[in-house]
Design a binder for this molecule. Structure first.
Ligand SMILES: [Fe+2]
Length: 305
């Protein structure tokens, strides 16, 4: 570990699991080796399947050395996703695991705490600062997470603001064409399939997300591009954040990747994340992410606990 990687004080590192899987892997593993998947692909009318698959498959887009706190995908905007899939092109045995956390157990556990009740009562505000790509032209992008041009897929500031509002965000421009967005929503989400509310938030949308992120981790929390507060804009204490991390860690399940694996993850039923990864020379780990059907967030519903 170099000097620049020295942890800041008060950094909360997840422990990911208890050492015992919260659900038995047999309960969610399907062995497809008997289905002769290669043959199926070749039978697909001669169309190159890569043409169909690649436009939808995203790079994970996070540096390997950064740990990625447990989270639900796209919890921070009005349009979220019902599920996601990981596709493994290459993997290293016993390295670079992804973890999922049993969100049903996590929800029940957090609601038994004062913090959980506070989350339920106050909801959350997601604060995001989107930088201006042009302001960083030709410079090393220090402290940058996402430019509004890239996030909103336009170079027109009016259009960017409009798109943000369509997604349920409040917007405000600051110096250097910094686009500040705020999104107020419940910390939980109604899960139709189980007809109950489930936890749908984590510290991944706080400045803590960047605790091990190159070019951002050196910044004090109030200068980082993301921040999570309660819905009344009050801050979470360090103890509350510790509990927020711990609640997912208690119900963690490791996924040990092998090339060719596909994991389909219900975004309500599970949170996902991973520790930092340090590959040795010649080791290769490549995962793609596929997003499922989108849905508009409704938050929690009364009486569905
Ligand atoms: Fe994710």
């Amino acid at each position: 570990m170099s000097a620049s990687m020295a942890p800041l004080p008060n950094v909360i590192e997840p422990r990911w699991w208890t050492g015992q899987s919260a659900l038995q892997p047999e309960s969610f593993t399907i062995d497809c080796s008997g289905y002769d998947m290669d043959k199926e692909t070749r039978y697909d009318g001669g169309a190159n399947p890569r043409d169909n698959i690649e436009p939808n498959v995203y790079e994970v887009g996070a540096p390997l050395q950064a740990w990625l706190h447990y989270h639900h995908e796209m919890a921070y905007i009005g349009s979220s996703t019902k599920m996601l899939a990981f596709l493994v092109r290459s993997a290293v045995m016993n390295k670079g695991q992804t973890f999922v956390s049993d969100n049903i157990q996590a929800t029940d556990a957090i609601l038994r705490t004062d913090f959980g009740q506070k989350l339920k009562e106050l909801g959350l505000c997601y604060h995001r600062d989107l930088t201006d790509r042009d302001a960083f032209a030709g410079t090393e992008e220090i402290g940058v997470y996402n430019h509004w041009q890239k996030s909103m897929l336009t170079d027109d500031p009016d259009r960017a603001e409009q798109r943000a509002r369509e997604r349920g965000l409040e917007t405000e421009w600051a110096a250097n064409r910094l686009l500040k967005t705020r999104y107020y929503v419940s910390a939980l989400e109604y899960y139709p399939q189980l007809d109950r509310n489930v936890l749908y938030s984590s510290v991944a949308d706080d400045g803590m997300w960047f605790d091990t992120w190159p070019k951002v981790m050196h910044l004090p929390y109030d200068q980082r591009p993301l921040k999570l507060t309660f819905g009344d804009l009050t801050e979470m204490t360090l103890e509350e954040k510790r509990l927020f991390v711990d609640i997912y860690d208690r119900f963690g399940i490791p996924i040990n990747w092998r090339a060719g694996d596909v994991a389909i993850v219900c975004n309500y039923r599970f949170a996902h994340g991973r520790p930092s990864i340090h590959l040795d020379h010649g080791e290769d780990r490549e995962l793609g992410v596929l997003l499922g059907e989108s849905f508009n967030r409704v938050g929690h519903l009364d009486g569905k606990w």
